[in-house]
Design a protein around this ligand. Structure first.
Ligand code: SF4
Ligand code: SF4
Length: 368
């Protein structure tokens, strides 16, 4: 049984929320890791501009300060997105992070985009084991793999494809390079929106498989040659290439679990989850709907699976907030996330994570 440490958001004159988060990290054992002179990647989501429910930089600063106090060398990181938005290359991604308040002063450390300028800076990480079903070589952002220690800092909220966006989603999907995200999300190949294509040939130069040609002065992808690496998506500055054919939500969840294992295996790792502003949708949305439950608290654990299970259980125990999408849903499933997104099943991710040895769904909640 894993230990998950928890504290609510009640404060006193002597202890504000950052101080309480700092105490939570200490009591949950963060100092047991040998941080001395070690690079520590803190994986988080900087929020799509327009979204206001992403985690404030103050939480990152508490975590970075705790690591620096132990002699570690932390940096904040995320990888580029697959879809068109404000975080699809490192320049826009860093701009979005700064717009949302993340900088050296506010967080106490630098920001590195894990998979580089165009989402192609990746390391192939082999995965092996009797219950690995989908991924034999995960494609993870190079800066994240280069770090000696991996830390996740997660805003726990809903997600339209995976049920909730928790620690495993932050790690597995979030650390995938563009090709990695393609592999998790899609079985198919990308296609070109010919109306947007200006025939600049950037995609052609970036395709290592000779899959792109210009039969009618517009880019065209030969699906027989395309291997679905997704490099062309990041290379197009005209948003003309997009993925097609999404996987089922269960396969998506299982692939996220396998990618999460590829990120954390063979090195120390530690995880924190903040249940605040629990929007029904992911922070990748450029808007956030009203929170579905009241703010609940902060959690930390060495086990990312137990952390997600504990976070989901706390949210599911909370009463729906009036004026939220949850208050408009029927309690058909006795599960807030499934009530909002009936086609999702978050347990498929946690069950598979447990089967491949990433962690356990069984936990002891220790309240401080
Ligand atoms: S990079 Fe985009 S705009 Fe340029 S040729 Fe390819 S699809 Fe067309
Ligand atoms: S996904 Fe990869 S292989 Fe397919 S066309 Fe784009 S760059 Fe080429």
């Amino acid at each position: 049984m894993a230990q998950v440490y928890f504290t609510n958001f009640r404060t006193t004159l002597e202890e504000n929320i950052p101080a309480k988060f700092s105490r939570l990290l200490k009591e949950s054992g963060i100092e047991k890791i040998n941080w001395e002179k070690k690079f520590a990647a803190i994986k988080m989501h900087f929020g799509e501009p327009g979204n206001l429910s992403y985690l404030r930089p103050n939480y990152a600063k508490v975590l970075a300060d705790a690591i620096k106090k132990q002699g570690g060398l932390p940096f904040l990181t995320d990888c580029n997105t697959l879809y068109v938005g404000r975080r699809k290359n490192a320049l826009e991604h860093l701009g979005a992070a700064q717009e949302n308040g993340f900088n050296v002063l506010s967080t106490g450390c630098q920001i590195l985009i894990g998979d580089g300028l165009k989402g192609t800076d990746e390391v192939l990480v082999p995965l092996d084991g009797p219950n690995i079903k989908h991924i034999h070589e995960a494609k993870i952002g190079a800066a994240i793999i280069d770090a000696d220690i991996f830390v996740s800092l997660t805003h726990f909220k809903g997600h339209e494809s995976t049920g909730f966006g928790g620690t495993l989603k932050n790690i597995g999907m979030g650390c995938g390079s563009r090709a990695g995200k393609m592999e998790m999300h899609y079985s198919g190949k990308p296609e070109v929106n010919q109306d947007n294509c200006v025939a600049c040939a950037s995609c052609y130069r970036n395709c290592a498989h000779g899959a792109i040609s210009f039969p009618h002065q517009k880019a065209f992808i030969d699906t027989d040659k395309c291997v679905g690496c997704g490099r062309c998506i990041g290379s197009c500055n005209y948003d003309a290439i997009h993925p097609i054919d999404g996987n089922s939500n269960v396969i998506l969840n299982e692939r996220i679990a396998e990618y999460s294992l590829a990120v954390v295996q063979n090195r120390p790792h530690f995880h924190a989850s903040i249940i605040q502003d629990v929007s029904p949708y992911c922070d990748c949305h450029a808007e956030n709907d009203a929170p579905i439950v009241p703010n609940i608290g902060m959690l930390a654990s060495f086990d990312p699976v137990a952390l997600d299970q504990a976070s989901a259980d706390l949210v599911n125990k909370a009463s729906p907030l009036a004026n939220s999408i949850l208050s408009e849903s029927q309690d058909l499933y006795h599960d807030h996330f499934k009530n909002i997104f009936p086609e999702t099943d978050w347990t498929s991710c946690l069950n598979h994570a447990e089967a491949i040895g990433l962690g356990t769904r069984h936990y002891e909640l220790i309240e401080i």
